[in-house]
Structures are given as structure tokens and as C-alpha cells.
Design a protein around this ligand. Structure first.
Ligand code: COA
Length: 258
């Protein structure tokens, strides 16, 4: 199948999914999200594909977040619905019965960091940067980031990242346990493929059972529900309108607390 915003290739039963909007740092717009959903569904349905890698096109970004230019049109209900849709897709990735790993080749911000965290585990190139900068827009992460970041790095580190909007580099992400390996960029896909080649020799039912059991360690839906509802409330606030407009106009936001 061919897509507008995604490239796919298969080698040794590993499907590589490359998000391909490098001119917008692979930001997740509606087209990318719906094409990603189709690719993920296809991957899950086809037994000959044993595992998958998600990566970004170009050498600068994995994914620089949700596409902020689409936020301006959203009211509160639209914001909640967007967050719920993204959460459902990312949950589908997390609960896939075959490994989907993130090869983070540059900026993984906002929805990009959230997508990487929904994958079963993560590898990073040396130039990778991670962050949840939604607070700069008057928002919070809406695709599960408040939940998965807390699970992966612990509450204190997660809250520092969520509240400052600061980015961390690949080595810090490794020290936090957010990524399993940091490698030079040209070795990223080779390293990811080598790990998946090992997993692909294992019993598929056992692999699926490990993923399912590990996901149950972090079960509980209250946080996700709350996050999507807050995303809807915040997107209709004056501060979010100001934060989004300031990004689009390339200026500093002036927040007023309402
Ligand atoms: N949504 C929409 N467009 C985005 C984007 C996003 N999340 N991230 C980057 N882009 C666009 C930029 O607007 C720019 O488009 P233009 O060339 O038409 O002006 C292009 O991608 C390149 O980005 P630019 O900002 O010029 O690159 P940079 O190297 O100066 O900065 C970042 C890189 C990642 C620091 C910066 O793009 C950024 O802060 N992005 C937003 C991150 C964010 O807040 N993500 C969370 C969203 S909820």
C-alpha cells in the first residue's frame, strides 16, 4: 500500500515505518495519524511481519509533535476527541501482539515523544532530543504522555519535564531509562533490526504474552481519561490560543492564567 506521509519497507520480516514529512519535522497531522493507524492495523493483521520499527525521515527529527497548525480550529470537544483518537491509536501500538520499537533519530517532542513511549522500547541516535513542551502552548500532552512518561522515568523526572517543557539529550534519556540504547545515527536502524532479529527467532505466542503481561503492570485508565478531558478544556482556554498563535507567529507567548 502507498501512503502520502509514510514510507514502508520490509526486510527479514521486519516492517520499517518511516514518518515522512521532513519539511515539518514529521509533525503528526490528521493525515499522518490516519495513515499510521492503517499501517499499524495492517502490521498487526499480517502474520508474515514479525516486528516493526517506527522512525522519522531525515536526520533532524523523529517527530516534533502533533501538528500545532491544526490546533487553532479546535474547541473543547474537538480537543478531547483529538486526544482520545490519538490515545486509541497509541494504545493499539502499545498492545500490539508483536514488537513495535521506536528508532528515535532526532527531535522526539510532544506527540513524537508520546509515540516513542507507546512503542515497546526505544533506541536513540546520539543527536536525539526528548521533551514534552506542550506547557509552552498552554496545553498538556494528550496522547498518553502524562501517563507513560511517569511510568517510564518516575514521577519526579516526569513532572520536571512536563512542567518545564525542557528537552533532554539522548544520554540523559538513557540515564532516565527512557531509551535502551544510544548509537551513532548511521547505526540506528541496523541496531534496531539486530535486536528485532533476535526477537523474531522467539515463539510468537510467548512474545505476545510478554507484551500483554508487561502492559498489565501499568493498567488503569483513570489518568488517560483525565488527560484527554484536560486537553479539551485547555485547548479552549485563552492561554492555549495565545500559546498556539505565538508558535505560529514565531514569538514568545504572554500567558494570563485563564
Ligand atoms: N507542528 C507544526 N509545525 C511544526 C512543528 C509542529 N509540532 N514542529 C516544527 N514545525 C514546523 C515549523 O513550523 C517549521 O515550518 P516552516 O518552515 O513552514 O516555518 C518547520 O517545521 C521546521 O521547524 P523550525 O521550527 O523552523 O526548526 P528549528 O530547528 O528552528 O526548531 C524545534 C526545531 C523542534 C525546536 C521547533 O520546530 C519546535 O519547537 N517545534 C514545536 C515542538 C512542540 O511544541 N511540539 C509539541 C506540539 S504539541
Amino acid at each position: 500500500m502507498s501512503y502520502q506521509t509514510i514510507l514502508t519497507s520490509v526486510s527479514d520480516a521486519v516492517l520499517t515505518i518511516t514518518l515522512n514529512r521532513p519539511e515539518k519535522l514529521n509533525a503528526l497531522n490528521q493525515t499522518v495519524l490516519s495513515e499510521l493507524e492503517q499501517v499499524v492495523n495492517d502490521f498487526i493483521a499480517r502474520p508474515e511481519w514479525r516486528s516493526a520499527i517506527i522512525t522519522g525521515s531525515g536526520e533532524k527529527a523523529f517527530i516534533a509533535g502533533a501538528d500545532i497548525s491544526e490546533f487553532s480550529a479546535l474547541d473543547s470537544t474537538g480537543g478531547t476527541v483529538l486526544a482520545q483518537k490519538g490515545q486509541a491509536l497509541f494504545r493499539r501500538i502499545e498492545t500490539a501482539p508483536k514488537p513495535i520499537i521506536a528508532a528515535v533519530n532526532g527531535f522526539a517532542l510532544g506527540g513524537g515523544c508520546e509515540l516513542a513511549m507507546a512503542c515497546h522500547f526505544r533506541l536513540a541516535s546520539e543527536n536525539a532530543r526528548f521533551g514534552q513542551p506542550e506547557v509552552n502552548l498552554g496545553l498538556l500532552p494528550g496522547y498518553g504522555g502524562t501517563q507513560r512518561l511517569t511510568q517510564l522515568v518516575g514521577k519526579g523526572r516526569a513532572l520536571e519535564l512536563l512542567l518545564t517543557g525542557n528537552m533532554i539529550d539522548a544520554v540523559t534519556a538513557f540515564n532516565y531509562g527512557l531509551v535502551n540504547h544510544v548509537v551513532p545515527q548511521h547505526e540506528l536502524l541496523t541496531k534496531a533490526s539486530a535486536l528485532l532479529a533476535v526477537i523474531n527467532t522467539k515463539a510468537p505466542l510467548a512474545v505476545a504474552a510478554c507484551i500483554e503481561a508487561a502492559n498489565l503492570a501499568a493498567a488503569g485508565d483513570a489518568g488517560y481519561k483525565n488527560e484527554a478531558e484536560s486537553f479539551g478544556k485547555l485547548i479552549a482556554s485563552d492561554d492555549a490560543r495565545e500559546g498556539i498563535a505565538a508558535f505560529m507567529e514565531k514569538r514568545k507567548a504572554a500567558f494570563k492564567g485563564r
